[in-house]
Design a binder for this molecule. Structure first.
Ligand SMILES: Nc1ncnc2c1ncn2[C@@H]1O[C@H](COP(=O)(O)O)[C@@H](O)[C@H]1OP(=O)(O)O
Ligand SMILES: [Mg+2]
Ligand SMILES: [Mg+2]
Ligand SMILES: [Mg+2]
Length: 356
Protein backbone atom coordinates (compact mmCIF):
# COMPACT_ATOMS: atom_id res chain seq x y z
CA UNK A 1 0.00 0.00 0.00
CA UNK A 2 1.22 3.50 0.87
CA UNK A 3 4.85 2.61 1.63
CA UNK A 4 5.18 -0.91 0.18
CA UNK A 5 8.02 -0.09 -2.20
CA UNK A 6 9.91 1.79 0.49
CA UNK A 7 9.41 -1.05 2.98
CA UNK A 8 10.68 -3.66 0.51
CA UNK A 9 13.77 -1.52 -0.21
CA UNK A 10 14.39 -0.95 3.51
CA UNK A 11 14.21 -4.68 4.25
CA UNK A 12 16.61 -5.40 1.40
CA UNK A 13 19.09 -2.70 2.48
CA UNK A 14 19.03 -3.68 6.18
CA UNK A 15 19.36 -7.40 5.37
CA UNK A 16 22.39 -6.79 3.17
CA UNK A 17 23.97 -4.59 5.84
CA UNK A 18 23.29 -7.26 8.49
CA UNK A 19 25.01 -9.81 6.23
CA UNK A 20 28.04 -7.50 6.00
CA UNK A 21 28.16 -7.18 9.80
CA UNK A 22 27.63 -10.88 10.35
CA UNK A 23 30.55 -11.71 8.11
CA UNK A 24 32.72 -9.83 10.57
CA UNK A 25 31.21 -10.80 13.87
CA UNK A 26 28.64 -13.52 14.03
CA UNK A 27 28.13 -16.83 15.71
CA UNK A 28 28.30 -18.52 12.31
CA UNK A 29 31.54 -16.86 11.24
CA UNK A 30 33.62 -16.48 14.35
CA UNK A 31 36.70 -17.21 12.28
CA UNK A 32 36.26 -13.79 10.68
CA UNK A 33 36.23 -12.09 14.09
CA UNK A 34 36.79 -8.38 14.25
CA UNK A 35 40.44 -7.30 14.08
CA UNK A 36 41.74 -4.80 16.62
CA UNK A 37 42.50 -2.43 13.75
CA UNK A 38 38.86 -2.56 12.63
CA UNK A 39 37.70 -0.71 15.75
CA UNK A 40 38.37 3.03 16.11
CA UNK A 41 37.38 5.71 18.59
CA UNK A 42 35.45 8.65 17.21
CA UNK A 43 36.84 12.17 17.41
CA UNK A 44 35.45 14.63 19.93
CA UNK A 45 34.46 14.39 23.56
CA UNK A 46 32.31 11.28 23.20
CA UNK A 47 34.95 8.81 22.04
CA UNK A 48 32.42 6.11 21.21
CA UNK A 49 33.70 3.16 19.17
CA UNK A 50 33.14 2.89 15.43
CA UNK A 51 34.19 -0.06 13.28
CA UNK A 52 34.66 -0.89 9.61
CA UNK A 53 31.26 -2.58 9.84
CA UNK A 54 29.49 0.64 10.99
CA UNK A 55 30.93 2.46 7.97
CA UNK A 56 30.34 -0.47 5.60
CA UNK A 57 26.74 -0.85 6.73
CA UNK A 58 26.06 2.88 6.23
CA UNK A 59 27.65 2.90 2.76
CA UNK A 60 25.68 -0.17 1.71
CA UNK A 61 22.29 1.04 2.97
CA UNK A 62 22.85 4.46 1.44
CA UNK A 63 23.89 2.93 -1.91
CA UNK A 64 20.93 0.51 -2.04
CA UNK A 65 18.37 3.20 -1.18
CA UNK A 66 19.81 5.54 -3.81
CA UNK A 67 19.65 2.77 -6.42
CA UNK A 68 16.04 2.00 -5.50
CA UNK A 69 14.96 5.66 -5.31
CA UNK A 70 17.01 7.68 -7.79
CA UNK A 71 16.08 11.33 -7.67
CA UNK A 72 15.16 13.00 -4.45
CA UNK A 73 16.97 11.35 -1.56
CA UNK A 74 17.47 12.40 2.04
CA UNK A 75 19.22 10.31 4.68
CA UNK A 76 19.86 11.19 8.34
CA UNK A 77 22.55 8.76 9.51
CA UNK A 78 25.01 8.41 12.36
CA UNK A 79 28.39 8.17 10.63
CA UNK A 80 30.40 10.50 8.39
CA UNK A 81 33.68 10.18 6.52
CA UNK A 82 35.68 12.93 8.28
CA UNK A 83 37.93 10.55 10.25
CA UNK A 84 38.31 8.25 7.22
CA UNK A 85 39.57 11.08 5.01
CA UNK A 86 42.34 12.00 7.47
CA UNK A 87 45.95 10.98 6.84
CA UNK A 88 46.38 7.27 7.44
CA UNK A 89 42.72 6.47 6.72
CA UNK A 90 43.49 4.82 3.37
CA UNK A 91 43.89 1.29 4.66
CA UNK A 92 40.64 1.25 6.62
CA UNK A 93 38.78 2.76 3.63
CA UNK A 94 40.11 -0.10 1.50
CA UNK A 95 38.82 -2.63 4.06
CA UNK A 96 35.39 -0.97 4.05
CA UNK A 97 35.26 -0.82 0.24
CA UNK A 98 36.15 -4.52 0.02
CA UNK A 99 33.41 -5.42 2.51
CA UNK A 100 30.80 -3.35 0.65
CA UNK A 101 31.74 -4.85 -2.72
CA UNK A 102 31.71 -8.41 -1.32
CA UNK A 103 28.20 -7.80 0.03
CA UNK A 104 26.99 -6.33 -3.27
CA UNK A 105 28.47 -9.27 -5.21
CA UNK A 106 26.82 -11.79 -2.88
CA UNK A 107 23.46 -10.13 -3.59
CA UNK A 108 24.00 -9.78 -7.35
CA UNK A 109 21.20 -7.20 -7.97
CA UNK A 110 23.29 -4.21 -8.93
CA UNK A 111 26.21 -5.53 -10.98
CA UNK A 112 28.61 -2.77 -9.92
CA UNK A 113 31.82 -2.44 -8.00
CA UNK A 114 32.26 0.72 -5.93
CA UNK A 115 35.51 2.68 -5.71
CA UNK A 116 36.79 3.98 -2.37
CA UNK A 117 35.55 7.45 -3.31
CA UNK A 118 32.07 6.04 -4.14
CA UNK A 119 32.01 4.45 -0.68
CA UNK A 120 33.06 7.69 1.06
CA UNK A 121 30.39 9.60 -0.89
CA UNK A 122 27.74 7.02 0.02
CA UNK A 123 28.67 7.39 3.70
CA UNK A 124 28.46 11.18 3.43
CA UNK A 125 25.05 11.16 1.79
CA UNK A 126 23.72 10.55 5.31
CA UNK A 127 24.20 14.21 6.26
CA UNK A 128 20.60 15.35 6.02
CA UNK A 129 19.14 17.10 9.07
CA UNK A 130 15.64 15.56 8.71
CA UNK A 131 12.76 17.72 9.93
CA UNK A 132 9.02 18.06 9.55
CA UNK A 133 8.86 18.49 5.76
CA UNK A 134 9.09 15.78 3.09
CA UNK A 135 10.55 12.30 3.43
CA UNK A 136 13.79 11.34 5.18
CA UNK A 137 15.40 7.97 5.72
CA UNK A 138 16.86 7.57 9.23
CA UNK A 139 19.71 5.11 9.76
CA UNK A 140 21.80 3.74 12.58
CA UNK A 141 24.14 1.45 10.58
CA UNK A 142 25.12 -0.44 13.74
CA UNK A 143 23.13 0.44 16.81
CA UNK A 144 24.96 -0.88 19.85
CA UNK A 145 28.50 -0.84 18.50
CA UNK A 146 29.76 -1.81 21.97
CA UNK A 147 27.55 -4.91 21.85
CA UNK A 148 28.78 -5.69 18.35
CA UNK A 149 32.42 -5.51 19.42
CA UNK A 150 31.68 -7.70 22.47
CA UNK A 151 29.89 -10.28 20.29
CA UNK A 152 26.54 -9.46 21.95
CA UNK A 153 23.41 -7.77 20.61
CA UNK A 154 23.35 -5.05 17.95
CA UNK A 155 20.94 -3.93 15.23
CA UNK A 156 20.90 -2.31 11.82
CA UNK A 157 18.08 0.21 12.34
CA UNK A 158 16.41 1.91 9.38
CA UNK A 159 13.23 4.01 9.36
CA UNK A 160 11.40 6.39 7.06
CA UNK A 161 10.01 9.73 8.21
CA UNK A 162 7.19 11.30 6.22
CA UNK A 163 6.35 14.88 7.29
CA UNK A 164 7.95 14.27 10.67
CA UNK A 165 6.21 10.96 11.43
CA UNK A 166 7.85 7.53 11.41
CA UNK A 167 5.92 5.57 8.76
CA UNK A 168 8.04 2.43 8.57
CA UNK A 169 10.87 0.79 10.45
CA UNK A 170 13.18 -2.18 10.00
CA UNK A 171 15.39 -3.69 12.72
CA UNK A 172 17.84 -6.35 11.59
CA UNK A 173 19.13 -8.17 14.69
CA UNK A 174 21.80 -10.68 13.64
CA UNK A 175 22.48 -12.05 17.14
CA UNK A 176 18.93 -12.20 18.50
CA UNK A 177 17.75 -15.77 19.16
CA UNK A 178 14.63 -16.76 17.24
CA UNK A 179 12.92 -17.93 20.40
CA UNK A 180 12.16 -15.77 23.39
CA UNK A 181 15.05 -14.52 25.46
CA UNK A 182 14.56 -14.40 29.21
CA UNK A 183 16.38 -13.45 32.36
CA UNK A 184 17.67 -16.99 32.62
CA UNK A 185 18.92 -17.13 29.02
CA UNK A 186 19.75 -13.64 27.76
CA UNK A 187 22.22 -14.89 25.15
CA UNK A 188 21.07 -18.44 24.26
CA UNK A 189 24.28 -19.27 22.39
CA UNK A 190 23.01 -22.69 21.33
CA UNK A 191 19.86 -21.34 19.83
CA UNK A 192 19.57 -20.29 16.18
CA UNK A 193 20.04 -16.50 15.90
CA UNK A 194 19.21 -13.76 13.41
CA UNK A 195 15.84 -11.98 13.22
CA UNK A 196 14.48 -9.04 11.28
CA UNK A 197 11.50 -7.00 12.49
CA UNK A 198 9.56 -4.71 10.17
CA UNK A 199 6.59 -2.42 10.69
CA UNK A 200 4.57 -0.06 8.52
CA UNK A 201 2.16 2.47 9.95
CA UNK A 202 -1.31 0.97 10.40
CA UNK A 203 -0.22 -2.49 9.25
CA UNK A 204 1.28 -4.20 12.29
CA UNK A 205 4.73 -5.58 13.07
CA UNK A 206 6.25 -8.75 11.62
CA UNK A 207 9.32 -10.80 12.38
CA UNK A 208 11.18 -13.01 9.94
CA UNK A 209 14.48 -14.81 9.69
CA UNK A 210 17.32 -12.76 8.24
CA UNK A 211 17.08 -14.77 5.01
CA UNK A 212 13.49 -13.50 4.58
CA UNK A 213 11.71 -16.74 5.47
CA UNK A 214 9.20 -17.68 8.20
CA UNK A 215 7.40 -14.35 8.55
CA UNK A 216 5.11 -14.08 11.60
CA UNK A 217 3.02 -11.22 13.00
CA UNK A 218 4.13 -10.22 16.49
CA UNK A 219 2.38 -8.60 19.47
CA UNK A 220 3.70 -7.06 22.67
CA UNK A 221 3.19 -8.93 25.95
CA UNK A 222 -0.35 -8.88 27.37
CA UNK A 223 0.92 -9.03 30.97
CA UNK A 224 -1.17 -6.78 33.23
CA UNK A 225 0.28 -7.67 36.60
CA UNK A 226 3.64 -5.94 37.19
CA UNK A 227 4.71 -8.84 39.42
CA UNK A 228 4.74 -11.02 36.28
CA UNK A 229 6.47 -8.43 34.08
CA UNK A 230 10.15 -8.38 33.26
CA UNK A 231 12.02 -5.34 31.99
CA UNK A 232 14.84 -4.46 29.61
CA UNK A 233 17.53 -1.85 30.05
CA UNK A 234 20.92 -0.98 28.51
CA UNK A 235 23.82 -3.32 29.05
CA UNK A 236 26.03 -0.26 29.53
CA UNK A 237 25.38 1.56 32.82
CA UNK A 238 26.92 4.67 31.23
CA UNK A 239 23.99 4.73 28.76
CA UNK A 240 21.13 4.39 31.22
CA UNK A 241 20.90 4.74 35.01
CA UNK A 242 20.45 1.23 36.35
CA UNK A 243 19.80 2.45 39.92
CA UNK A 244 16.83 4.51 38.73
CA UNK A 245 15.39 1.57 36.75
CA UNK A 246 15.68 -0.67 39.77
CA UNK A 247 13.87 1.90 41.96
CA UNK A 248 11.05 2.12 39.39
CA UNK A 249 10.85 -1.68 39.13
CA UNK A 250 10.72 -1.96 42.91
CA UNK A 251 7.89 0.62 43.20
CA UNK A 252 6.01 -1.19 40.44
CA UNK A 253 6.40 -4.55 42.14
CA UNK A 254 8.42 -6.18 39.35
CA UNK A 255 10.00 -9.37 40.70
CA UNK A 256 12.32 -10.40 37.86
CA UNK A 257 15.88 -9.11 37.52
CA UNK A 258 16.48 -6.72 34.60
CA UNK A 259 17.38 -8.12 31.17
CA UNK A 260 20.40 -6.05 30.10
CA UNK A 261 20.95 -5.83 26.39
CA UNK A 262 22.54 -3.46 23.88
CA UNK A 263 20.79 -1.45 21.21
CA UNK A 264 17.30 -1.29 19.70
CA UNK A 265 17.18 -5.09 19.81
CA UNK A 266 15.35 -4.31 23.08
CA UNK A 267 12.48 -2.80 21.07
CA UNK A 268 12.40 -5.86 18.79
CA UNK A 269 12.38 -8.30 21.71
CA UNK A 270 9.64 -6.27 23.41
CA UNK A 271 7.52 -6.24 20.23
CA UNK A 272 7.30 -10.04 20.35
CA UNK A 273 6.57 -10.11 24.09
CA UNK A 274 9.94 -11.33 25.42
CA UNK A 275 9.60 -8.76 28.21
CA UNK A 276 6.93 -6.18 29.03
CA UNK A 277 8.86 -2.99 29.86
CA UNK A 278 11.88 -1.05 28.54
CA UNK A 279 13.38 1.70 30.72
CA UNK A 280 15.97 4.14 29.41
CA UNK A 281 17.32 6.98 31.53
CA UNK A 282 20.50 8.46 30.03
CA UNK A 283 22.81 10.43 32.27
CA UNK A 284 22.47 14.21 32.48
CA UNK A 285 23.45 16.08 29.36
CA UNK A 286 23.06 13.20 26.88
CA UNK A 287 20.88 14.07 23.88
CA UNK A 288 19.06 11.17 22.23
CA UNK A 289 19.33 10.95 18.42
CA UNK A 290 16.41 10.04 16.16
CA UNK A 291 18.30 7.10 14.61
CA UNK A 292 18.49 5.42 18.03
CA UNK A 293 14.68 5.21 18.38
CA UNK A 294 12.86 5.75 15.06
CA UNK A 295 12.81 2.13 13.81
CA UNK A 296 12.45 0.66 17.30
CA UNK A 297 9.53 2.84 18.30
CA UNK A 298 7.36 1.96 15.28
CA UNK A 299 8.23 -1.74 15.67
CA UNK A 300 6.82 -1.56 19.22
CA UNK A 301 3.81 0.71 18.59
CA UNK A 302 2.62 -1.33 15.58
CA UNK A 303 2.85 -4.42 17.80
CA UNK A 304 0.42 -2.75 20.23
CA UNK A 305 2.90 -1.11 22.61
CA UNK A 306 3.34 2.44 23.86
CA UNK A 307 6.56 4.50 23.66
CA UNK A 308 6.78 7.84 25.50
CA UNK A 309 9.23 10.07 27.26
CA UNK A 310 9.27 10.22 31.07
CA UNK A 311 6.55 12.91 30.99
CA UNK A 312 4.24 10.63 29.02
CA UNK A 313 4.69 12.53 25.74
CA UNK A 314 5.00 10.74 22.38
CA UNK A 315 8.48 10.96 20.88
CA UNK A 316 8.73 13.75 18.31
CA UNK A 317 10.92 12.84 15.33
CA UNK A 318 10.22 16.06 13.41
CA UNK A 319 12.76 18.34 15.10
CA UNK A 320 15.93 17.32 13.26
CA UNK A 321 18.68 14.94 14.38
CA UNK A 322 17.86 15.09 18.10
CA UNK A 323 14.85 14.07 20.15
CA UNK A 324 13.70 16.76 22.52
CA UNK A 325 12.83 14.69 25.60
CA UNK A 326 11.81 14.89 29.21
CA UNK A 327 14.40 12.84 31.17
CA UNK A 328 14.07 9.38 29.61
CA UNK A 329 12.16 6.93 27.45
CA UNK A 330 9.67 4.37 28.77
CA UNK A 331 8.06 1.57 26.77
CA UNK A 332 5.36 -0.90 27.72
CA UNK A 333 1.96 -2.32 26.75
CA UNK A 334 -1.27 -0.26 27.04
CA UNK A 335 -2.40 -1.94 30.27
CA UNK A 336 0.83 -1.53 32.24
CA UNK A 337 1.67 1.98 31.06
CA UNK A 338 -0.44 3.96 33.60
CA UNK A 339 1.11 2.00 36.49
CA UNK A 340 4.58 2.34 35.01
CA UNK A 341 4.11 6.06 34.50
CA UNK A 342 3.11 6.53 38.17
CA UNK A 343 6.15 4.52 39.32
CA UNK A 344 8.43 6.62 37.09
CA UNK A 345 7.03 9.89 38.44
CA UNK A 346 7.32 8.73 42.06
CA UNK A 347 10.89 7.49 41.52
CA UNK A 348 12.03 10.69 39.81
CA UNK A 349 10.51 12.76 42.64
CA UNK A 350 12.23 10.58 45.26
CA UNK A 351 15.60 10.92 43.51
CA UNK A 352 15.20 14.69 43.23
CA UNK A 353 14.66 15.05 47.00
CA UNK A 354 17.76 16.22 48.88
CA UNK A 355 19.40 13.31 50.73
CA UNK A 356 19.25 13.61 54.56
N1 LIG B 1 26.62 8.15 26.83
C1 LIG B 1 25.58 7.58 26.21
N2 LIG B 1 24.38 7.55 26.80
C2 LIG B 1 23.34 6.98 26.18
N3 LIG B 1 23.42 6.38 24.96
C3 LIG B 1 24.61 6.39 24.32
C4 LIG B 1 25.74 6.98 24.91
N4 LIG B 1 26.78 6.83 24.07
C5 LIG B 1 26.31 6.18 22.97
N5 LIG B 1 25.00 5.92 23.11
C6 LIG B 1 24.12 5.28 22.15
O1 LIG B 1 23.16 4.54 22.84
C7 LIG B 1 22.78 3.45 22.06
C8 LIG B 1 23.05 2.17 22.76
O2 LIG B 1 22.08 2.06 23.64
P1 LIG B 1 22.04 0.86 24.58
O3 LIG B 1 22.73 1.33 25.78
O4 LIG B 1 20.56 0.71 24.68
O5 LIG B 1 22.73 -0.27 23.89
C9 LIG B 1 23.57 3.47 20.87
O6 LIG B 1 22.87 4.16 19.91
C10 LIG B 1 24.77 4.22 21.27
O7 LIG B 1 25.32 4.66 20.11
P2 LIG B 1 25.93 3.66 18.95
O8 LIG B 1 24.88 3.61 17.85
O9 LIG B 1 27.11 4.40 18.58
O10 LIG B 1 26.19 2.29 19.54
MG1 LIG C 1 27.98 5.07 17.47
MG1 LIG D 1 22.81 3.94 18.08
MG1 LIG E 1 25.52 3.30 15.67
Amino acid sequence: MAYDKELAAAIKAASLAARLCRGLCGFQKVQKALLQSDVRSKRGRNKSPVTVADYGSQALVSFVLQQEFPGEFSLVAEEDSIDLRKDGGGEIVERITKLVNESLTSDGSYGVSLSSEDVLKAIDSGKSEGGSQGRHWVLDPIDGTKGFVRGDQYAVALALLDRGNVVLGVLACPNLPLTSISVAHPHSPNNEVGCLFFAEVGRGTYMQLLDGSSTVKVQVSAVENPEEASFFESYESAHSMHDLSSLIAQKLGVKAAPIRMDSQVKYGALSRGDGAIYLRFPRNGYREKIWDHAAGSIVVTEAGGVVTDAAGKQLDFSKGKYLDLDTGIIVSNQKLMPLLFDAVRASLAEKAKPQP
